[in-house]
Design a protein around this ligand. Structure first.
Ligand SMILES: Nc1ncnc2c1ncn2[C@@H]1O[C@H](COP(=O)(O)OP(=O)(O)OP(=O)(O)O)[C@@H](O)[C@H]1O
Length: 344
């Protein structure tokens, strides 16, 4: 079961144009900032938004975009689940099969199996208002699976949950998705959801794909500022000549030799700050200006301006020792071994 699609949606002030290939059993996450076009892409797959010229969707080699919404072999989980409030969990799940002509008994049998699969057999008679957020999410997933879809679409599946519930529901969802043999496309702007749930990430910005790959690969080698911020890295574009990359006027020594346009990335924790020029002049040294200071978990994140902008994570003790305040000039250094360089 494979999905091949080119999703083109043209609106007056926005154009989506992305190619999507998802294999059987594969979970692909569309990740991107607000307004990037993720929901539009999902709605286009579901048939809720029409495709513009050039767009097409094939599932197992058969055109999907020519089918009416109700005939598409698609299961969808919406952000707020949209469970029917007056139906029990069982009847919510049985709804799809009933609509597709199954007898009441058959529909309920399928629904009971699915509720059992998502660990909610004991909630069959409960109405949605008596379910927790995590349980409602699982009922919505069971309902989407009840029509035996070949394509499963999930729109921000964990967004309605609080941070604590999210943690357990996330791993449960990963487990449930692993048992689905069709193609799954999910939309999220939470990098952690994407990393945990997906086999492959597709990063969308301004209606276009800017990067895709396995989660670990995307995290290690970000190619846009948005992705770098998501995974918490400093990212620059420069020009490499052997073991040196020039970012603006600042030369960086890097561990791996490279030629031509290149990305340079390093973690804020790899950045050291000094009040005076450090002895022995470590390589990758420049003078920056402190633009801001904020708490960041157990450390302090220093925003640096100057010839290149960077984030540095230092300990509260170092902040006090160095007496750092906004506007102050500091020496900034990064070890070559702490940088990652890769072709742009
Ligand atoms: N029904 C609509 N009519 C016109 N423009 C729309 C419509 N829905 C969305 N848009 C616009 O299309 C663009 C993409 O929106 P979309 O909702 O797909 O983004 P998104 O990546 O899902 O964002 P978010 O994470 O905020 O949900 C935005 O510029 C949005 O304003």
């Amino acid at each position: 079961m494979t999905l091949h699609a080119r999703l083109v949606v043209t609106r007056p002030a926005f154009r989506l144009d992305i190619e999507l290939h998802v294999g059987a059993g594969e979970v692909v996450a569309l990740l991107g900032p607000n307004g990037a076009g993720k929901t539009t892409a999902l709605r286009a797959l579901a048939g809720l938004t029409g495709l513009s010229e050039g767009g097409h969707i094939e599932l197992d080699g058969e055109p999907l975009h020519t089918l009416a919404v109700e005939h598409r072999p698609i299961g969808m989980v919406f952000q707020d689940y949209l469970l029917f409030p007056h139906l029990s969990a069982l009847d919510n799940v049985a709804f799809g099969p009933r609509c597709r002509g199954a007898s009441k008994a058959d529909a309920r049998r399928v629904a009971a199996e699915l509720l059992d699969r998502v660990g909610l057999a004991d909630k069959a008679t409960a109405r949605p208002r008596h379910l927790s957020g995590g349980q409602a999410q699982r009922v919505a997933l069971a309902r989407a699976l009840a029509v035996r879809p070949r394509l499963l679409l999930l729109d921000e599946p964990l967004a309605a949950l609080d941070a604590h519930t999210r943690l357990s529901v996330r791993s449960r969802l990963r487990h449930d998705l692993a048992g689905f043999d069709g193609a799954t496309v999910l939309v999220t702007h939470d990098p952690l959801d994407a990393m945990v749930l997906a086999d492959r990430l597709i990063v969308v910005e301004h209606g276009a794909i800017v990067q895709q790959g396995a989660p670990a690969e995307v995290a290690r080698h970000p190619r846009t500022d948005y992705v770098a911020r998501l995974v918490g890295l400093n990212l620059y574009r420069g020009t490499a000549a052997g073991r040196q990359i020039k970012v603006g006027e600042v030369p960086f020594n890097v561990a791996d030799p490279l030629e031509g346009p290149a990305f340079l990335a390093f973690s804020p924790a790899a950045v050291a700050l000094y009040r005076t020029r450090p002895d022995g002049s470590p390589r990758n040294l420049w003078q920056g200006v402190i633009e801001g200071i904020e708490r960041h978990g157990d450390s302090v994140r220093v925003h640096l301006g100057g010839p290149i902008a960077a984030f540095a994570d230092i300990t509260p003790a170092a902040l006090a020792d160095l007496d750092l305040t906004p506007g102050r000039q500091v020496w900034v250094s990064v070890k070559a071994t702490e940088t990652h360089a890769y072709p742009a």
